[in-house]
Write a protein that binds this ligand. Structure first.
Ligand code: MG
Length: 459
């Protein structure tokens, strides 16, 4: 078994069998129970084939420390975070590898305020895990185990309290839902039906093989959804990743809309009614978000990639709304985890109150050309490659204006920007760039890729 750090960008995410096994899950459960000392942990899982046994191993570890376990079953990650806060559990544990391929597994930690564990908290768990200084309860002092089966229903009820459902119901929208065989299958179609929408679901049998499509919802993986939306003349397409903490929307014309544009659209509405003027997003969001937010009288603040980074910054700044370009939306008034379901409802509410289609609404937020690429780079080389690029990339890029190192290497250029950052979970380095024109964005990407090839090839 590979030694080394357990935690990546967000929680633990590893390949089952080669990087992660049941004994590690057991140890992680013991470490968490020791860290908490007492109380109750709610444990849930997404649809992965490895989920039930990893959930059991984690639970066994927690119980052995004298901490109680409540099992919430197969539910979306946001539902786990919601129920952790709602029922005041001491921690929520989600067994998930988010949008990674099916052989991956992982664990995500949520605090009692529904905020993800901070890196400091994760480091502390990791320390206890590796030192094996576990709290051991005697036979008559073990934790107790319970199950609940109504977390989704509670979550739906709480979402519905936050929107004008009558207004949405009156429109009888046609919605196509594509949960990608993930955990969203058990929530989104039912939430839409509660709003009197006519729902067609595709890829909506929960299945850890992810037979329908790749788990990450993007233009490439959503071709079926695009087709069904267009063929049926639906009003909106809704797609999730494996654990349904992300959502991507498809217009009635079959366009897949990038998360940062949707954040901009919802931020504009949020700024109209909120006293809080800060909107938080990650370094990889489009400049259209800053422009839209500024026009609406707010200011956009950038954080490193990861929904927990967004949540931390939101609570620091008192921001009401924030999100990630990958399809994360956080409403701090509700809880501090991604809330894709409320985001979907807010879009329907906006459509219903304006009488406009989603395609018309989103067309008010310009789409600047954006390119993404990834390059293979083994985890052991990443540090050295990034060190070289930090030096060389700002020099080789034409028209470098500013170098931002809040996460990876961000370079703002006279027209556009480029962001290079190593994946926290996979052996790749990602490049994202944006500019005003297609020609310019291609030029930026070509320059950046050439320099990265040089850097990676040097090892
Ligand atoms: Mg996810």
């Amino acid at each position: 078994m590979m030694a080394g750090k357990l935690f990546g960008t967000t929680g633990v995410r590893k390949v089952y069998g080669t990087e992660f096994d049941l004994s590690m899950a057991l140890g992680l459960g013991k470490a968490l129970g020791t860290y908490l000392g007492e109380g109750t942990v709610v444990v849930a899982r997404d649809v992965r084939t490895t989920g039930p046994m990893i959930e059991d191993a984690l639970s066994a570890g927690i119980l052995s420390t004298g901490v109680n376990v409540v099992k919430a079953g197969m539910i979306p990650t946001p539902t786990l975070a919601f129920i952790t806060k709602q029922r005041r559990y001491n921690t929520g544990l989600m067994v998930t590898a988010s949008h990674n391929p099916p052989e991956y597994t992982g664990v995500k930690f949520w605090g009692p305020n529904s905020m993800g564990y901070t890196p400091d908290m994760e480091n502390e768990i990791e320390r206890i895990y590796s030192e094996k200084t576990f709290q051991v309860a005697k036979w008559n002092n073990l934790g107790e185990e319970q199950s609940i089966d109504n977390a989704v229903e509670e979550h739906i009820a709480s979402i519905l309290e936050r929107i004008d459902s009558k207004k949405i119901e009156s429109r009888e929208y046609n919605i196509i839902v594509d949960p990608g065989n993930g955990a969203g299958s058990v929530l989104t179609p039912y939430l839409m039906r509660r709003l009197a929408c006519k729902v067609i679901s595709i890829n909506s049998q929960p299945d850890g093989y992810f037979p329908g499509r790749a788990s990450e919802p993007d233009e490439e993986s959503l071709t079926d959804l695009i087709k069904v939306v267009k063929d049926t003349g639906a009003d909106l397409g809704i797609a999730h990743d494996g654990d349904a903490d992300r959502v991507v929307f498809v217009t009635e014309r079959g366009e897949v809309i990038r998360g940062d544009r949707t954040i901009a659209l919802l931020a504009r509405e949020e700024l109209k009614r909120s006293k809080e003027k800060t909107i938080v997003t990650t370094v990889d969001s489009s400049k259209v978000l800053d422009e839209t937010v500024e026009e609406a009288g707010g200011n956009a603040v950038r954080t490193p990639v990861g929904d927990i980074q967004v949540a931390i910054k939101m609570s620091e700044t008192g921001a009401a709304f924030g999100g990630e370009a990958a399809g994360v939306f956080i409403f701090s008034e509700f809880h501090h985890a991604p809330e894709p379901f409320l985001a979907a409802c807010k879009i329907l509410e906006l459509m219903a109150s304006t009488g406009q289609t989603f395609g018309d609404l989103i067309s008010e937020i310009p789409a600047y050309p954006l390119r993404k690429a990834k390059m293979n780079c083994s985890n052991s080389k990443k540090g050295a490659v990034m060190a070289i690029l930090t030096e060389s990339l700002p020099k080789v890029m034409e028209d470098t204006v500013e170098v931002i190192t809040v996460d990876g290497i961000g370079i703002s250029l006279k027209d556009g920007w480029v962001l290079v950052r190593p994946s926290g979970t996979e052996p790749i380095i990602r490049i994202t760039c944006e500019a005003s024109t297609e020609k310019q964005v291609e030029k930026i990407l070509t320059e950046a890729k050439a320099e990265m090839e040089r850097a990676i090839g040097g090892f």
